[in-house]
Write a protein that binds this ligand. Structure first.
Ligand SMILES: [Zn+2]
Length: 411
C-alpha cells in the first residue's frame, strides 16, 4: 500500500496544469489548504498537540498556532488536558469538538425518507423517518417540517444540510433532473429546503453520497484508498466512483451510472429506466424479490414483498430466498468484474440493504468475480460497507461534513 501511494504521488506531478485555474494559487487559498491540513490532523490523529502537528507536517509552528486559534474560536476543535512531556513543558492536546450538532442530512430513498442530525465526527444525534410519498410536494413538505423541528431543538451550529436522492440530480444547481422511482423531474429541491430552513443545501445522488460517506467515515482500507467504487444495492443498483480521493462526476454529474450497463437480456424485472438489459434489472433487490416470487410460483406480484423481507427469510434459512439471493449475487459479481476490468480500483465496497445478507452472498460474489477477471491481475478486495444500510443517510450528512474537512484542490 505504501509503495502504491508513493507511485501515485509521483504520477501526480504528471498532472497537466490547467491554466484556467491558476487563480487557485492565491495566498488565501494556500492559507485555506493549511487550515484544512491542521483540521484533518486533529480529526484523524487527535488527541494531538500543536508541536506534534508541526513535527508531522512541514508547516511552521507559528502558522499552526494561528490556525488552531481560529479553529478554537469556531468551536471546531477543543483543548483537552495535557500530553506527555518530551523534556519541556507538557503540551496541550487538541481534539475535534464533537459537542452538539454540526450537520443535518435528509435521505430521500424509494421507500423511506430519513432526516437526522450528526456531530462533527458523523455520529447521528437525532433521527426521524417516514414513508416516502410518490407525491413530491407531500414528501418535501414533511421532510422540511421534520428538518425545522430537529434544527430548532439541536444544540451546536448546523451550517449545512445534505440531501441524498435516488436518481439523476445536478449538485451545482440543487435541482432534481430525474428520479425514476417517482417520475420526478426538473424540481428545485435545494432551493425549496434552503428557503424553508434558511440553511445552505447540498444535494447529490444516493450512490455518490454513499461513496463520499465511505471516503470520510468508512473502514480504513476503504477510506485510505486512492480509487474505489461504491456499489449500492438496495431496491435499485447505484454506483459511485471515488477517483483520486474525490467523487468522479463526469459531464453534467451523470457519471457512475453503472446500474444501466448492459449485462444480458430478459431480466426478471425492468430497470428503473424501463430496459430489461441493465445491471439493475439483474442485480437489484427488486430482481431478487422477483426471483423469489418466481420460485414460489407467483411471479407477477413483485410489489407484494420488499427486498428486506427476502433477506429476513434467507437469514432464517428459507431455501427459495437463499436461492434468489444467490442468483442475484452472481449477477452482482458479473457487473463488478466489468468495473474491475475497466477501472482497476484499489477496492470495491458494496453497500445498501444487501450488506445484511453478506454472509450468504459474499462467496458466490467472489467466485463469480474470480472467474471473470484476467489472470495476470492482482485480486481486488470486495468488502461490505461497515456503514451498512445507513449508507445514503451517512452520505447526506457527509455532503455537509466533507465540506468542513475536504479540499477543493489536490494536496
Ligand atoms: Zn437502466
Amino acid at each position: 500500500m505504501v509503495e502504491r501511494q508513493r507511485s501515485r504521488r509521483e504520477f501526480q506531478f504528471m498532472r497537466r496544469i490547467d491554466l484556467r485555474r491558476t487563480h487557485t494559487a492565491h495566498l488565501s487559498h494556500v492559507r485555506d489548504i493549511n487550515r484544512r491540513i491542521v483540521l484533518n490532523y486533529v480529526r484523524d490523529k487527535g488527541p494531538i498537540s500543536r508541536a506534534e502537528i508541526a513535527r508531522q507536517t512541514s508547516l511552521q509552528r507559528s502558522t499552526i498556532s494561528d490556525i488552531v486559534d481560529s479553529l478554537l474560536a469556531e468551536a471546531l476543535v477543543e483543548e483537552i488536558g495535557m500530553g506527555q512531556s518530551t523534556g519541556g513543558r507538557c503540551p496541550t492536546l487538541l481534539k475535534l469538538n464533537t459537542t452538539g450538532a454540526a450537520a443535518l442530512g435528509i435521505d430521500i430513498a424509494p421507500t423511506r425518507t430519513t432526516i437526522a442530525t450528526s456531530n462533527l465526527a458523523g455520529c447521528v444525534l437525532e433521527r426521524e423517518e417516514f414513508d416516502t410519498d410518490p407525491d413530491f410536494e407531500k414528501t418535501i413538505t414533511r421532510a422540511t417540517d421534520v428538518a425545522c423541528k430537529l434544527l430548532a431543538r439541536s444544540t451546536g451550529r448546523i451550517d449545512g444540510i445534505g440531501v441524498s436522492l435516488p436518481g439523476l440530480v445536478d449538485p451545482s444547481t440543487g435541482r432534481i433532473l430525474y428520479i425514476p422511482y417517482f417520475n420526478w423531474s426538473d424540481l428545485d429541491v435545494g432551493q425549496r429546503i434552503a428557503s424553508a430552513t434558511g440553511i445552505e443545501v447540498t444535494i447529490d445522488n444516493d450512490a455518490n453520497a454513499a461513496a463520499l460517506a465511505e471516503l470520510w467515515f468508512g473502514q480504513p482500507e476503504v477510506s485510505e484508498a486512492c480509487d474505489f467504487i461504491m456499489v449500492f444495492i438496495a431496491e435499485g443498483v447505484g454506483s459511485g466512483i471515488i477517483f483520486d480521493r474525490q467523487i468522479y462526476r463526469g459531464r453534467d454529474g451523470a457519471g457512475g451510472e453503472f446500474g444501466h450497463m448492459i449485462i444480458g437480456e430478459r431480466a426478471p424485472v425492468p430497470c428503473s429506466c424501463g430496459s430489461f438489459n441493465c445491471w439493475e434489472a439483474f442485480a437489484s433487490g427488486r430482481a431478487a424479490t422477483a426471483r423469489y416470487l418466481e420460485l414460489k410460483g407467483g411471479a407477477d406480484g413483485t410489489q407484494e414483498m420488499s427486498f428486506a423481507q427476502i433477506i429476513d427469510l434467507a437469514l432464517a434459512g428459507d431455501e427459495a430466498a437463499k436461492a434468489a439471493l444467490n442468483e442475484t449475487a452472481r449477477y452482482l459479481g458479473i457487473g463488478i468484474s466489468n468495473l474491475i476490468n475497466g477501472f482497476s480500483p484499489d477496492i470495491i465496497v458494496v453497500g445498501g440493504a444487501i450488506t445484511r445478507a453478506w454472509s450468504l452472498v459474499s462467496s458466490k460474489l467472489s467466485e463469480t468475480v474470480e472467474r471473470s477477471l484476467r489472470r495476470n491481475l492482482q485480486p481486488v478486495r470486495i468488502v461490505a460497507s461497515t456503514i451498512g444500510d445507513q449508507a445514503s443517510l451517512m452520505g447526506a450528512l457527509s455532503l455537509v461534513l466533507a465540506k468542513r474537512f475536504g479540499s477543493a484542490a489536490p494536496i
